[in-house]
Design a protein around this ligand. Structure first.
Ligand code: EPU
Length: 302
């Protein structure tokens, strides 16, 4: 979708929004899949209510993009525009054991920055691609930890109330790959409380997690991480592997040979091929185990 209304175009600079016309979402997603649309880069949080009011009142539909690392986007000219937070400087500010982090901050860089300042706890997330905001929304976790444990405050845009709000950690529930945020809430910033640990000790933890990840996940390939959530008490990857589905392909969309819950784009897979592979694997798991796998990957197909 292209914004052509001169009234909207004229209002964007004042709202702190930069227009990237005809952005290819294939370059914004770790799967390397996605069509083209206008991307609105948000440079100041205070401009968000005005921006969304402007888009809504002019019938411009929109979706909020984080780091694009857990997302499958349809192909072609997209029927909505995309909003995204610009990275701020500095991304992280520290005050004792508290880290105030911008939602657009890179997750890995944040973990490393905190580690260098003797703040640990998030070692497990070191190899996970994406932003702090994306990790927060889905309560990302790995190797026995999850980000929600450390959240003390979240600044967000509440679409239902059309305003910026600050929630305390107790007002949010964090479960396995799930949070109580509304689907249209926009994560803007988070305050984390992290345990003090010497850098050397954190580094040791980071090394161990990195090694485990390198040994079991297809890190150099285009993927969206795990496609399915693990069902209670089981591992989706293990089930898919047991069915001998590693290497199963639809065109360039392929079940990873290294980890069966990672589906990789081995070339230039269209969204439809990736979706067809996801549907096929889901069906086979359902038939064999009587378990309906829930998507972890977010689908933008409409
Ligand atoms: N397994 C197989 N074959 C496979 C993959 C896994 O037999 O192809 C077996 C493993 O050998 C192991 C068990 O399944 O015994 C679990 O595997 P793994 O340790 O890789 O964990 P997982 O449950 O598949 C989860 C998260 C990952 C996270 C790892 C490490 C989910 C859906 N996945 O994977 O998170 O990195 O644990 O903590 O919760 C993600 O969410 O995108 C993600 C990658």
């Amino acid at each position: 979708m292209r914004i052509e209304d001169s009234k909207i175009l004229a209002a964007l600079p004042e709202l702190g929004v930069e227009l990237r016309s005809g952005a290819a979402l294939s370059s914004e997603t770790s799967l390397g899949i996605g069509g083209t649309t206008d991307l609105l880069l948000i440079r100041k949080h205070e401009g968000i209510p005005g921006l969304l009011q402007l888009l809504d009142s002019n019938g411009v539909t929109h979706k909020f993009l984080g780091g694009g690392s857990n997302l499958l986007v349809r192909d072609g000219e997209l029927p909505w525009v995309v909003t995204q937070l610009a990275r701020s400087e500095p991304e992280v500010t520290l005050d004792g054991n508290f880290a105030q982090v911008d939602a657009a901050a890179d997750l890995g860089r944040t973990v490393t920055f905190c580690a260098k300042n003797d703040l640990g706890g998030m070692e497990g997330l070191i190899g996970v691609p994406g932003t702090i905001g994306g990790a927060l929304r889905m309560n990302a976790g790995a190797y026995g930890m999850q980000i929600g444990t450390y959240v003390r405050e979240v600044k967000l845009y509440r679409a239902a109330e059309r305003r910026l709000e600050i929630l305390s950690g107790e007002q949010i529930s964090f479960e396995y790959r799930h949070t109580s945020f509304a689907p249209d809430d926009m994560m803007l910033a988070v305050k984390l409380e992290l345990p003090s640990k010497p850098f050397k000790e954190i580094l040791q933890g980071i090394r161990i997690c990195n090694e485990k990840r390198r040994a079991s996940q297809p890190l150099g390939q285009k993927s969206a991480g795990c496609i399915f959530k693990n069902p209670p008490g089981a591992s989706a990857g293990c089930m898919i592997d047991e069915l001998g589905l590693k290497g199963l392909s639809v065109g360039d969309a392929r079940v990873s040979d290294r980890h069966a819950n990672f589906f990789v784009n081995a070339g230039s897979a269209p969204a439809a091929d990736m979706l067809s592979l996801i549907g096929d694997v889901r069906e086979r798991v359902s038939q064999a185990f009587g378990v309906t796998l829930e998507h972890e990957v977010v689908l933008w197909l409409a």
